[in-house]
Design a protein around this ligand. Structure first.
Ligand code: ADP
Ligand code: MG
Length: 248
C-alpha cells in the first residue's frame, strides 16, 4: 500500500507540569495512519490513552515531538468519549445537530443531515427522545452520530463502549464496524479491551504502563466483515494471546 499517511506522529512525548519534576505521560511515540485505516491503541489504565487523543485533537500541545496531518492543517475531528456527554435538555435530534449549528449551518440542512445520521446509527423513531429516556448503548449511538455529522477527516474514540454491559458492547462493535465500512472514515480508537481492538481494528498498537510507549504494532489480518464467530477462531485466539503477553 503506497497511499500517503493522513497523520504522522514523530517522537511525541508529553509531560504534565506538576510540583516536582512533572508527570511523564507519553514517551517517544512514533507512527503513521493511512486514510480509512482503523487503528486501535491498546493500553492499561493510566498509559496515556486519553492524553494521546487530546494531542491528536489539538487540545493539548506536545512537550516534544510533532503531530502532522496531510495537507498540513488541523483536520476536522469527530470525538466520542467514554460517557456520551449529551446535553440533557436537548432531544436526540438536537444533540446530533449541535456540531452543524456551531458551524453556522442552516437549520434545514442540519436537520436533514441529522436524520441521515439517525438512520445510520439505527435510532429511527427516537428523534424526539431526551437523553434520560435512552439506554447506555443508545446514548453512545447518539454520540457517534454527533461525531460523524460534520463529516470529519478523523474520528477519535476514547473507550466509547467501556461503560456498557458486555452484550450491548459486542453489539456496538458490529454497528461501529458497519458504520466505518459505510462512511470510509479514518478511525483512531483507544481501549483497554483486547477483544474490542481485534474485532474492530486493522492494526493494534500496544502501549506500556506510564509513561506510555509503543511496545508492539500488530496487523490484524482477520477477514471483513467480521462477525461474532470470528472471536472463536484460532487465528483470533493467537492474536489475542500475542496482545495479552505484550500488555503484561
Ligand atoms: P488513560 O486514558 O490511558 O487512562 P490518561 O491519559 O488519562 O491515561 O493519563 C495518563 C497519566 O497522566 C495518568 O497518570 C494521569 O493521572 C495523568 N494525567 C492525565 N491528565 C492530567 C492532567 N491534566 N494533569 C496532570 N496529570 C494528568
Ligand atoms: Mg482514558
Amino acid at each position: 500500500m503506497t497511499t500517503k499517511p493522513i497523520l504522522s506522529v514523530r517522537n511525541l512525548s508529553i509531560t504534565y507540569p506538576d510540583a516536582s519534576e512533572g508527570l511523564h505521560a507519553l514517551d517517544n511515540i512514533s507512527f503513521e495512519v493511512r486514510p480509512r485505516e482503523f487503528v486501535c491503541f491498546l493500553g492499561p489504565s493510566g498509559s496515556g490513552k486519553t492524553t494521546f487523543l487530546r494531542v491528536l485533537a489539538g487540545i493539548l500541545k506536545p512537550t516534544s515531538g510533532s503531530v502532522s496531518f496531510m495537507h498540513h492543517h488541523q483536520p476536522r475531528i469527530g470525538m466520542v468519549f467514554q460517557q456520551s456527554n449529551l446535553m440533557p435538555w436537548r432531544t436526540v435530534m438536537e444533540n446530533i445537530m449541535l456540531p452543524l449549528e456551531l458551524e453556522g449551518a442552516g437549520n434545514i440542512k442540519a436537520q436533514n443531515k441529522a436524520r441521515e445520521m439517525i438512520s445510520l446509527v439505527g435510532l429511527k423513531g427516537f428523534e424526539d427522545s431526551l437523553p434520560r429516556d435512552l439506554s447506555g448503548g443508545m446514548a453512545q449511538r447518539v454520540a457517534i452520530a454527533r461525531a460523524l455529522i460534520h463529516d470529519p477527516d478523523l474520528l477519535l474514540l476514547d473507550e466509547p463502549f467501556a461503560s456498557l454491559d458486555a452484550l450491548t458492547r459486542e453489539r456496538m462493535w458490529t454497528e461501529l464496524s458497519n458504520i466505518w465500512q459505510a462512511k470510509q472514515k479514518t478511525v483512531i480508537m483507544v481501549t483497554h479491551s483486547i477483544n474490542e481492538s481485534l474485532f474492530l481494528a486493522d492494526r493494534v498498537l500496544v502501549l506500556t504502563k506510564r509513561p506510555g510507549k509503543i511496545k508492539l504494532d500488530v496487523a490484524v489480518d482477520l477477514p471483513r466483515p467480521r462477525t461474532d464467530d470470528i472471536r472463536y477462531t484460532s487465528h483470533f485466539g493467537k492474536l489475542a494471546k500475542k496482545l495479552r503477553s505484550a500488555i503484561e
